[in-house]
Design a protein around this ligand. Sequence first.
Ligand code: SDX
Length: 392
Amino acid sequence: LSGAITYDPGYKNSGVCKSDITFLDGEEGILRYRGYSIEDLADKADFLEVSYLVIFGELPTKAQLEHFETNIRKYTLVNEEMKNIIDGFPKTAHPMGVLSSLTSALTAFNPKVVNVENEKEMYEAICKTMGKFLVLATWTYRKSMGYPLNYYDNTKGYVENFMRLMFELPTGPYKINPTVVAALDKLFILHADHEQNCSTSTVRMVGSSHAGLFASISAGVSALWGPLHGGANQAVLEMLEAIQKDGGDADKYLAKAKDKNDEFRLMGFGHRVYKNFDPRAKIIKKAADEVLAELGVNDPILAIAKKLEESALVDPYFVERKLYPNVDFYSGIIYRALGIPTDMFTVLFAIGRLPGWIAQWKEMRVNKEPIGRPRQVYTGHPLRDFAPMDKR
Ligand code: SDX
């Protein structure tokens, strides 16, 4: 452990856990999955390879990767009765709320995933989750648009399928843009795991009661939805659009973010752990320039984001509090350039984070960790006598 935290084996599961999956150093801005730097993985691996690494601990051989993808493909068909559930939602429902419900509902159609007894059942549950979650994530968008729901095409790649599942219409084949697939693949890798963040801790907590994998992932989706966590990528875009609509004056909004009497916060800035640049933000910022140039997109929102970052990095308020851009600050700009609607941004965060949630759930179950039970410091009333009604 980094030394800043002490693992107290004396108090079971006091909220600090041990894990072999992800190392991050907030002061130095370092992030590694199973010892490999995020920079290397984002540059040299693809999302399924990194998913395998995060979940099983090693970069896969060619045969292991093929076996993993073949087994995911075995489970990409979602029970048709799940459509009755999604039909119950209004078109205006937020995709994260729909996704959390659909993921939990998977248990009803796959009861065996609740209590995996051995490695084989664990592997099957993992492949089922990787396969079905992606399809359900896109169904939330299709439902909101009134489009027919698409099916995974087992002849195509995982990330390519995401774009087809989202945008292919019965009126004709969807033309895949390799630049878009490569950009999404990189973004999913950058979101794959992040040690004990809010949603991952939720997945571990729910899973520690031996609730099943789908129920635990569903809880993680709900936690990620919040604008202080994964919902920030949507909040960043809404903030940048509001600044643009208000004349594009970045410094005016920087002043608002510093004003204690103003509710406004600079979304996409600050972090519970990183007190330096979020290494993912650096990679995403560079990718934003490259992807928008390759797609020939000139988005004035990017210029506003860069101006905000430039001013904040020299502003004493942000410097003293070590507030830097985080993973959510630039990701939405790329998603928007790829044609992803704003309210789907956090769903994409969830797709990227899925292997991390699975890996952490698996680690907690394989290590037979006790049920999560954080304690408290009681600050309420000391013992007092009951007050009858006429004495209250
Ligand atoms: C993610 O944990 C993870 O790893 C999460 C994540 C992952 O991969 O899973 O990295 C993903 O959730 C990234 C964070 C996305 N959220 C946002 O971008 C929302 C905006 N950021 C803030 O809400 C805030 O920075 C948090 C929630 C991210 C962190 O909160 P902290 O560490 O509790 O910070 P704090 O509230 O203690 O703030 C310290 C000071 C305060 O000022 P003072 O009371 O000292 O005067 O900094 C100020 C805060 O008011 N501050 C901000 C600010 N963030 C903190 N002021 C203006 N704008 C901000 N964004």
